[in-house]
Design a binder for this molecule. Structure first.
Ligand SMILES: NC(=O)c1ccc[n+]([C@@H]2O[C@H](COP(=O)([O-])OP(=O)(O)OC[C@H]3O[C@@H](n4cnc5c(N)ncnc54)[C@H](O)[C@@H]3O)[C@@H](O)[C@H]2O)c1
Ligand SMILES: O=C(O)C(=O)C[C@@H](O)[C@H](O)[C@H](O)COP(=O)(O)O
Ligand SMILES: [Zn+2]
Length: 372
């Protein structure tokens, strides 16, 4: 993996944003820094006249401020307020946005600006992917999880009654603006949930991430600390490297799904009342146990999952009476082929691989290891 530009060097001290380029047919930049909103017109690019600023209810003031700023700069700026959290990732909410776009004669030279957490970047990205078969979207992620994961890489989507992200499209953004100042107001539980995806990047590709959390977990969770900034940069770099090579998940990209096979099932079974990052934390412990039972991963590496995720206050166990429902939900995971469940597992830290069609007894034994 590429090493990200240093966040503790002279640039960081001067407040200069770090730029992480994402390769592909339509390359774009992820900017990471503080108080970056002035960069938005540059990311929108030439020719955009009309913008739809999409934000969750909880960020009304931020959405309005961005709308007003863009209007002052000469854009025709519209606003769409969405429900908070996973409630936003419904087809009715996408349809609400499509109606606004239709009624305002939004054309292919206009753009969507998604301001919020991963739920907002997912649904707003999906709206941008589908409106007129594709208009520009710029993401302004405001949660840690969205900065390091949801806003980068072009996966967009909504949920259906049957499962997570079952409808969606690959639609890379025109740019991503990670303004770390947004994290100052984030609920600590949401910060911890975002750390689950950061740690995921540590286990699959960049062990330095794990070392940073292990060295000083308080700094890792402090939005003002250079440690958190370095963690964001490293996680974004992991994601950029992967999606730059495999946007449409032909192979390599599956590694970003580490912990998600069981994690998404937990989210569904819990009716989306669990935070995504919390479910993924349990999912990573499960799949680490599965790899150990399959003779691939050492006990020490499994313990490290529990130590690191536990130190961040993330859940490590799940109630034991839900196995049949979880199995049914995992059957609908996007990595499944026919009846064959497929898991991303580790042979060691930084060495992800696949486990295909594991023996049901092995799966249940792994589940027993995480059962509360
Ligand atoms: N597309 C992808 O590649 C990808 C990657 C990872 C996760 N996801 C998706 O992202 C979603 C989870 O995203 P999330 O964890 O950001 O949750 P979220 O969008 O629900 O945000 C969490 C909460 O924080 C609030 N909030 C957002 N920014 C805030 C701020 N700056 N200050 C105070 N409150 C703020 C939101 O209103 C919400 O209530 C899931 O649906 C998951 O499936 C997508
Ligand atoms: O970007 C990816 O690829 C990922 O798998 C990142 C995940 O963290 C993210 O939760 C993603 O939305 C899951 O995608 P899905 O294809 O399993 O729905
Ligand atoms: Zn995820």
């Amino acid at each position: 993996m590429t090493t990200p530009p240093s966040s503790t060097g002279p640039d960081a001290a001067a407040g200069t944003p770090t730029t992480i380029p994402v390769r592909g047919d339509r390359p774009y930049d992820v900017l990471i820094g503080r108080n970056l909103l002035g960069e938005l017109p540059r990311l929108l690019g030439e020719g955009v006249r009309k913008v739809l600023v999409v934000h969750p209810r909880a960020l009304r003031a931020t959405g309005e401020a961005i709308r007003d700023d863009l209007a002052e700069r000469g854009y025709t700026a519209l606003l769409a307020e969405l429900p908070d959290g996973e409630e936003a990732k419904r087809v009715e909410v996408a349809a609400f946005c499509w109606t606004i776009l239709g009624q305002s004669d939004f054309t292919r030279s206009d753009a969507v600006v998604a301001v919020g957490g991963g739920t907002v970047t997912d649904v707003a990205g999906f709206v941008a992917a589908t409106w007129l078969r594709g208009v520009k979207v710029v993401h302004v992620p405001t949660t840690l999880l969205a900065m390091v994961d949801a806003a980068v890489g072009g996966k967009t989507g909504i949920n259906t009654t049957e499962g997570k992200n079952l409808v969606g499209a690959f639609h890379p953004p025109a740019g991503v603006l990670c303004d770390l100042a947004a994290l100052d107001t984030l609920h600590p539980h949401d910060l911890r949930a975002g750390m689950a995806e950061v740690v995921k990047c540590g286990f699959i590709a960049d062990e330095r991430i794990l070392e940073l959390v292990e060295a000083d977990v308080e700094a890792a969770l402090d939005p003002a600390s250079p440690v958190l900034r370095e963690l964001v940069e490293r996680a974004v770099q992991v994601k950029a490297d992967v999606v730059g090579e495999d946007l449409r998940e032909a192979g390599l990209r599956e590694i970003l799904n580490y912990g998600h096979t069981l994690g998404h099932a937990v989210e569904l079974v819990e009716r989306f009342e669990w935070r995504h990052g919390a479910a993924i934390s349990v999912g990573m412990v499960f799949v680490a146990e599965l790899a150990r039972l399959a003779g691939r991963l050492s006990e020490e590496a499994v313990d490290r999952h529990r130590r690191v995720l536990g130190s961040l206050g993330l859940p490590l166990t799940y109630r034991g009476d839900r196995w049949p429902q979880l199995l049914a939900a995992m059957q609908r995971d996007k990595k499944t082929r026919g009846d064959l469940l497929r898991f991303v597992v580790l042979d060691a830290v930084g060495r992800p691989t696949r486990l295909e069609g594991p023996d049901p007894a092995l799966l249940q034994a792994a589940y027993a290891e995480i059962s509360a």
